[in-house]
Design a protein around this ligand. Structure first.
Ligand code: SF4
Length: 383
């Protein structure tokens, strides 16, 4: 399978800070279009302007390594980086799609990230990532590498229909086991869970079980979005081949919503089901702080952790003021930590202590408990 070679003007997409799901502060798309051909792929949405047939008309940014070398040059940096991961993956194509074997733009990007001392978070469905294991092992020793595999199901037969161009889930699990054995921190993005296809309690529990057996660091489940237009039409065509009787469920779930999020009772039931299974597992449901890049800015580290705690306190059905504390942390004066105490005076002592501990680089037991084991959790200390 060939690709159209193109030259880009810029390559790095810098975020405003560090996001709490991928712990990334920048990302890049080296390819457009994706032969993995996942039925639910968001990259088909017209908003991304990927022209032609998504799974066939591939585009490679051949000058990406040269651009990246220029953009990573420290002298060009106007303000300090928040120090999150550089995300390789997601978006409009898998960075380890088969043509990467020929073009090696991902490989060269990885080498550059290493050379400039950055941390990388790879999100892929491809087994080709094993090619770069020696380099990832080296980066992981310095806390600068994280590998996530995405799954919508563990069932190879179901995946053959919904992700026909991607390596089967069994092969992806094998790679994850290998990476963990090599000392590379790794986990699962269990997304999207396909309504009526892969979001049953048993199916989700099986993923947590396999992840536990492989010693993975996290499993992050999420539902499916479906935006009207190319993405929805393509997906429903595949769904009809799987089980046409599921159509009415989708008509109810995916009504008009700008973000394509599922709506109504069915969406809540699915979310509750997944949350129940997730809450019963001791595996973290977000990337844990132990996997964050060591050079991450302390304030961003604290903000991401508070944001994760807020997500988890919702998942466990607990109250909590973590979101408010995240806002307080965002508003703290720059740099001078000596002045922090005054800025936190309006808070309760437990809240103040939590923020100070996070800024100090600690991982409070409350954080570990919220991210991991759900059973037996009391109300958060910040309730
Ligand atoms: S691997 Fe990712 S980018 Fe490629 S088709 Fe699947 S969801 Fe889309």
């Amino acid at each position: 399978m060939g690709a159209t070679e193109t030259t880009a003007k810029t390559i790095l997409r810098k975020h405003k800070g560090v996001d709490s799901w991928f712990v990334s502060s920048a990302g890049m798309n080296l390819y457009r279009g994706c032969p993995h051909n996942c039925a639910y792929c968001d990259g088909r949405d017209e908003r991304y302007r990927v022209e032609g047939v998504f799974e066939r008309d591939l585009v490679v940014k051949v000058n990406a390594p040269e651009l990246l070398a220029r953009e990573l040059e420290p002298r060009r940096r106007r303000k300090p980086s928040p120090g999150g991961f550089m995300l390789l993956g997601g978006g409009v194509g898998d960075s380890y799609m088969p043509i990467e074997e020929h073009y090696r733009v991902t490989r060269r990007a990885l080498e550059l990230l290493d050379r400039f001392g950055h941390a990388v978070h790879i999100l892929t469905k491809s087994t080709l990532v094993v090619r770069d294991v020696p380099l990832l092992v080296k980066m992981a020793r310095e806390g600068r590498a994280l590998l996530s595999m995405s799954f919508s199901t563990l069932d190879d037969d179901v995946a053959a229909l919904f992700e026909p161009g991607a390596p089967p889930p069994s092969a992806r699990l094998e790679i994850l086991g290998r990476l963990r054995a090599e000392g590379i921190p790794a986990g699962i993005f269990l997304m999207p869970l396909i309504p009526g296809v892969s979001d049953s309690e048993e199916a989700v529990a099986a993923v947590f079980e396999r992840a536990g057996a492989l010693g993975l660091e996290y499993v992050i489940p999420a539902g499916m979005t479906l935006k009207g237009g190319r993405q929805r039409d393509h997906f429903l065509g595949v769904l009809d081949r799987f089980d046409p009787s599921l159509r009415p469920l989708y008509e109810r779930l995916y009504t008009e919503n700008r973000w394509g999020a599922p709506q109504g009772e069915g969406a809540r039931a699915s979310e509750n089901r997944v949350n129940r299974v997730a809450a019963a597992s001791a595996i973290p449901k977000r990337i844990p702080a132990a996997c964050f890049p060591p050079a991450m800015d302390p304030r961003w580290r604290a903000r991401v952790m508070l944001s994760q705690m807020d997500d988890m306190s919702r998942l466990h059905g607990l109250g909590g003021r973590y979101r408010e504390l995240e806002k307080v942390t965002a508003a703290l004066p720059e740099g001078l930590f000596m002045t922090l105490d005054g800025a936190l005076d309006a808070l309760k002592k437990t809240e103040r202590d939590l923020i100070l501990a996070l800024l100090d680089g600690a991982t409070p037991p409350e954080y570990s408990r919220l991210l991991g084991e759900g059973p037996g959790l009391d109300k958060g200390i910040v309730g």
